[in-house]
Design a protein around this ligand. Structure first.
Ligand SMILES: CC(=O)N[C@@H](C)C(=O)N[C@@H](C)C(=O)O
Length: 722
């Protein structure tokens, strides 16, 4: 018997609206310990959340504070203090270490012009409001530190002495004038003609970031200085104050001979640097042959932990956890790359950022959240032995994110496909303790009783085994309505993730939850090549995209169909970017199997993409070649890039295709989608293209995301009944 899927646009929009109300957490800061007049100790926890506002067509950001009474190792009482407040105009904010002051970078319109101010608050007084735009020392302050897991360059950091603030901004660009502007005609000193000079940027979603500079505000002296003396060929970011405020430590990315896209690509050549402010010398602290990120100073200020991986190669890799000893100047590897997971089940480090603080109070352990197969767990590493313990492995929650840790009080956000994000706190057990963390909820979220999920594990058939990387398994996440009558068969939406070196963990996913409520089953496949399964799995896909990943997805789908609970006549495929590449491959390689296809900014032709994307290295590496900045693909390389692309199979396609395209996509330029659109039209295959101006690769603006979702489901429903 067919299942009845919700099909009225009004009803679907109502469910989407209802489930989009659940906010997600982007930040948590733990304040200092305060002793109340009755002797009880407590800490305030400041949190920031983000929620889609469909009426206003924007993602709104709001904050809420909580109070946590605790002794040294356990939470005694906790609760919210006050209601939520929307945050408007704040680019960045940070409390001082003592909690006495707060710094805010604010954007505000003055007489119709946008200006940036740096404010310093103390108690209930705004002590300083410095008009950074009027100072003209630098361009816009980088805003990418407002959410820690999106940080690439940005920061706002108090010096240990609380007298200075460190931040990253765009370098001041001299005003460009034409040859014919009045001031030039009367002052012919400079030649002019700089108006149309091309300025490189850091690619997708970083179009306004080109030349970052480190800036310091001397709070007492009201003075902003831009640090000079850094090597000319690096772009600095992720900075913090060195022990004793003697200088600043930062990551520098090499930008010569040209910048490559940085988003989702933590494999760019970079190093840890120290700029000594007493002697004006800049020192390189890591080798410069690798890519590094997320430097974090230990509470005893003796060591800096950071993540490291190789340059170029797969865009996401298994990282090493490294440690630089500030006093001996020695670097050590605390956790190495894991090629194949061992008996302990640890699969390696796949985090591209550590949380703002990640150290235990005794400076002996590091805690981080990390995909481990199809779950995201909290892991604890002992820096002396390198031993790893999972703090969450046995939980029935699919995804744990460490928002912050301070004096061993961890603040986490957790979710599952049937459970929107909730906020929890818990104390890290002592170093020799065998105890589990006693988690206490600060903000619960209700479980969707009608949604069920499970992780399925697959072993590829022997003919599809990779001879170089043999015996690799992969997983898929199956999300479906809970109560289904035995005779009812569900329609299925197959969704391979993008990357390809990324992973779908069992977390809250708005679109899957809505689809499930509508009566669909959703299969999210973590094919071989996904992160979270060991480095071998990642490398197994290089040179095999378009075959190994396609076969894995199809194998997972056919295995699920064998369960008998799915309607084989109602299977659709959707995916974005490399997931769109896979969706288009699947409809080309398995003609007629999928009844509808929806592809967001899909990679269609790697040979034509290489010249226009911000990550040409991706095209070469995924096709199985080595990338150098001066490489020019030869004929055989062009040929392979074409042959492994979905365009090669377009004449076999029978499935109707909906393309959703972001006009400003720098990653997979919109011409890729247009190339497919024309090829399908020429072959009389039903195709519809939705064009989203002002959107980039992620199509994540509220109206684009919601419109894309509605059109996707209506397209599938329409073609299921063809
Ligand atoms: C590294 C990268 O951005 N690759 C793209 C082709 C891609 O698939 N991106 C994914 C992460 C996406 O979903 O946008």
């Amino acid at each position: 018997m067919d299942s009845k899927v919700m099909s009225s646009p009004g009803e679907i929009a109502r469910v989407y609206k209802e489930l989009s109300l659940y906010p997600s957490l982007s930040r948590a800061d733990v304040g200092p310990v305060i002793t109340s007049q009755y002797g009880g100790k407590y800490s305030n926890i400041y949190t920031e959340w983000s929620q889609r506002d469909l009426e206003r067509n924007e993602n709104v950001k709001f904050c809420r504070q909580y109070i946590v009474f605790h002794d040294d190792k356990s939470v005694v009482y906790s609760g919210a203090s006050g209601n939520c407040t929307e945050i408007k105009g704040e680019v960045l904010s940070k409390d001082s270490p003592s909690g006495d002051m707060k710094a805010v970078v604010r954007e505000s319109s003055v007489k119709g012009e946008d200006k940036q101010f740096l404010e310093v608050w103390s108690k209930n007084i705004k002590m300083k409001s410095i008009n950074l735009s009027a100072l003209k020392k630098h361009g816009k302050v980088y805003d990418d530190a407002s959410c820690y897991y999106l940080t690439l360059f940005g920061c706002l950091v108090w010096s240990h002495s609380e007298t200075h603030l460190l931040y990253v901004a765009e370098k001041k660009r001299p005003k460009a004038e034409s040859f014919f502007q009045k001031s030039r005609i009367y002052r012919p000193a400079g030649a002019g003609g700089e108006q149309f000079v091309f300025h490189e940027d850091w690619g997708e979603a970083l179009g306004d970031k080109s030349c970052p500079v480190l800036c310091i505000l001397d709070i007492e002296g009201d003075f902003v200085s831009v640090l000079d003396g850094l090597p000319d060929d690096i772009s600095p970011g992720q900075a913090f104050w060195a022990p004793g405020d003697t200088g600043v430590v930062f990551i520098g990315w090499w930008h010569e001979p040209f910048r490559l896209g940085l988003k989702y690509c933590p494999n760019r050549r970079s190093a840890l640097f120290y700029m000594d402010l007493t002697g004006g010398k800049c020192e390189q602290l890591s080798s410069g042959k690798t890519s590094v990120c997320s430097p974090r100073l230990s509470p005893d200020q003796c060591r800096i932990a950071y993540l490291e991986c190789s340059v170029y190669g797969p865009h996401m890799q298994c990282s090493k956890l490294c440690m630089y000893d500030w006093y001996t100047k020695k670097t050590s590897v605390v956790v190495d790359v894991i090629k194949r997971p061992g008996k302990d089940g640890f699969t390696g480090i796949y985090s591209s950022q550590l949380s703002p603080q990640c150290w235990s109070a005794d400076s002996q352990r590091i805690i981080f959240a990390c995909p481990q197969r199809s779950r995201k767990d909290l892991l604890m590493v002992d820096i002396n032995t390198g031993s790893i313990n999972s703090l969450t492995a046995k939980s029935d929650i699919g995804s744990w994110c460490l928002l912050n840790i301070e004096r061993d009080l961890m603040v986490v956000s957790c979710s599952s496909p049937n459970c929107p994000p909730s906020l929890w706190v818990g104390f890290l057990p002592g170093i020799d303790s065998q105890e589990n963390v006693d988690w206490v909820t600060l903000e619960d979220s209700e479980k969707l009783q009608d949604v069920d999920w499970q992780i399925l594990t697959f072993t590829p058939p022997s003919e599809d085994d990779n001879s170089q990387y043999s015996n690799l398994e992969f997983d898929a996440l199956l999300i479906k309505p809970k109560e289904v009558k035995d005779e009812v068969k569900l329609p299925l939406i197959v969704t391979p993730h993008g990357g390809p070196h990324s992973v779908i963990v069992a977390e809250w996913l708005l679109s899957s939850a809505v689809l499930c409520r509508m009566g669909f089953a959703v299969l999210l496949v973590n094919y071989r090549g996904s992160i979270g399964y060991g480095e071998d799995s990642i490398y197994s896909l290089l040179g095999n995209v378009g075959t190994q990943d396609v076969k894995d997805v199809q194998f997972a789908v056919e295995s699920v169909l064998k369960s008998g609970s799915i309607d084989e006549q109602k299977v659709a495929v959707s995916g974005g970017s490399h997931g769109g590449f896979l969706a288009c491959h699947l409809i080309g390689q398995y003609p007629g199997f999928y009844k509808a296809c929806v592809a967001r900014n899909p990679v269609i032709n790697m040979a034509s993409m290489i010249g226009s994307t911000d990550i040409p290295d991706w095209c070469m590496v995924e096709a199985g070649f080595v990338f150098n900045t001066d490489c020019l693909p030869d004929a055989a390389e062009w040929e392979k890039m074409l042959n492994i692309s979905p365009i090669k199979y377009v004449s076999q396609v029978k499935t109707p295709v909906l393309l959703t395209i972001g006009e400003d996509d720098k990653r997979v330029p919109n011409k890729q989608g247009i190339e497919y659109y024309k090829a399908l039209k020429a072959r009389q295959i039903p195709v519809r293209l939705l064009w989203y101006p002002g959107n980039n690769h992620s199509l994540s603006k509220v109206d684009a995301e919601s419109d894309g979702f509605m059109n996707m489901v209506l397209w599938m429903i329409q073609h299921f009944s063809d």
